[in-house]
Design a protein around this ligand. Structure first.
Ligand SMILES: Nc1ncnc2c1ncn2[C@@H]1O[C@H](COP(=O)(O)OP(=O)(O)OP(=O)(O)O)[C@@H](O)[C@H]1O
Length: 340
């Protein structure tokens, strides 16, 4: 009988899982495709291929909305599928412990749902621990969260941005706003329709964001956008300008900036001094957008550190908690926090 330890970061757009004994991270779309309301056709990246393309009898859905679990049954199925994939579909017979990253600025019931998801699932976890997502995020960024030093970490995901100030292994302030990469995609869809009379899907918008997106205005480049012309109704390909994409993404980025400024204003002065010295740490998939560092620096005058491989920072941090005894104190059970 072996024992293995898994870390999970259940995001709105992406599911991330790692395992202590395997040098492997699963990072796939958190999505499931079900036919005739009962047959699982595909999950993860394979199901995402079907998104916005499937006929009526196939439902392709994301079970997490705005960072919280909206569809427990499908999320449990996905957890088990990803767990089996991590184990190469071989039956694992030993003990399994789970470390789950949980957002902080949500209700206790919503937090507890993450615990129950794993507790009630067929992964048969022996022990389940919770780590606050911003704490795991900072550890994944390579920071020592246990010191009496203020750390500001901003995670810009798909539907939420979590802005937190940490010290001594705990959260001093944390605020979650419902703006992330998906808002940028929606904004691109509207702009492309307005400027080019072109209706595009969300996958095309996401592709344009990755290819042309920038948080500050940069030299104009073009990429093809495939969609349907509003007037003729016919499918067409149009060369989309990076200037149009920039104008679309800058508004939601400014809204995120406003929330960062609010948290900076509320940060106790001694911790603010540490943030001035060390800068702001930025993670989450959306922090991959070009020139974000420059944009946040222009707005705050603070140094900005974009975390390496920012979408996987939280799940890396969970493995940091497991492997470094100095971080043992940041993991807890619902009983410890009385949200039982
Ligand atoms: N190169 C890139 N440029 C811009 N955005 C990107 C890039 N790569 C990924 N993204 C965006 O990152 C987002 C996914 O990030 P992440 O995996 O951190 O989110 P999540 O954890 O699923 O969401 P949430 O934190 O809201 O629950 C998507 O909106 C995606 O389009």
């Amino acid at each position: 009988m072996g024992q293995n330890i898994y870390g999970v970061d259940i995001g709105t757009s992406n599911f991330k899982m790692c395992c202590k004994d395997k040098d492997k991270i699963i990072n796939e779309k958190n999505i499931i495709a079900i036919a005739n309301k009962k047959d699982i056709l595909a999950f993860g990246d394979e199901a995402y291929e079907m998104y916005e393309k499937a006929p009526e009898h196939i439902e392709v859905s994301f079970p997490v909305k705005f960072g919280v679990i909206a569809d427990i049954e499908n999320m449990q199925t996905l957890l088990l599928r990803f767990f089996n994939k991590m184990n190469d579909d071989k039956k694992f017979t030993g003990n399994t412990d789970f470390y789950i990253a949980v957002p902080t600025d949500v209700t206790e019931v919503e937090k507890r749902a993450f615990y129950e998801l794993v507790a009630d699932s067929k992964v048969k976890a022996k022990n389940i621990y919770i780590v606050d997502k911003p704490v795991a995020d900072a550890i994944g960024a390579g920071l020592d969260v246990t010191k009496s030093k203020g750390i500001m970490i901003v995670n810009i995901g798909a539907e939420t941005t979590e802005i937190s100030v940490l010290s001594l292994g705990g959260i001093v302030i944390s605020k979650s706003v419902k703006i992330g990469g998906n808002k940028l995609d929606d904004s691109i869809i509207s702009a492309v329709r307005k400027v080019y009379n072109l209706i595009i899907g969300s996958k095309t918008a996401e592709g344009l964001k990755k290819e042309l997106g920038s948080a500050v205005q940069a030299e104009e480049t073009f990429a093809p956008g495939f969609g349907r012309n509003v007037l003729s109704g016919l499918p067409v390909s149009v060369d989309i300008s990076s200037d149009v994409i920039y104008s679309a993404v800058v508004d939601p980025l400014h809204s995120i900036m406003d929330s960062i400024k609010v948290i900076l204003e509320r940060t106790p002065p001694e911790l603010a001094a540490d943030i001035i010295k060390n800068g702001i740490y930025v993670s989450g998939g959306t922090s991959n957008i070009r020139n974000l560092e420059k944009f946040i620096h222009q707005e705050t005058n603070l140094a900005v550190n974009i975390v390496e491989n920012p979408a996987e920072s939280v799940v890396r941090g969970l493995m940091g908690v497991v492997s470094n005894p100095d971080f043992a104190g940041v993991a807890y059970t619902p009983q410890d926090k009385n949200y039982d």
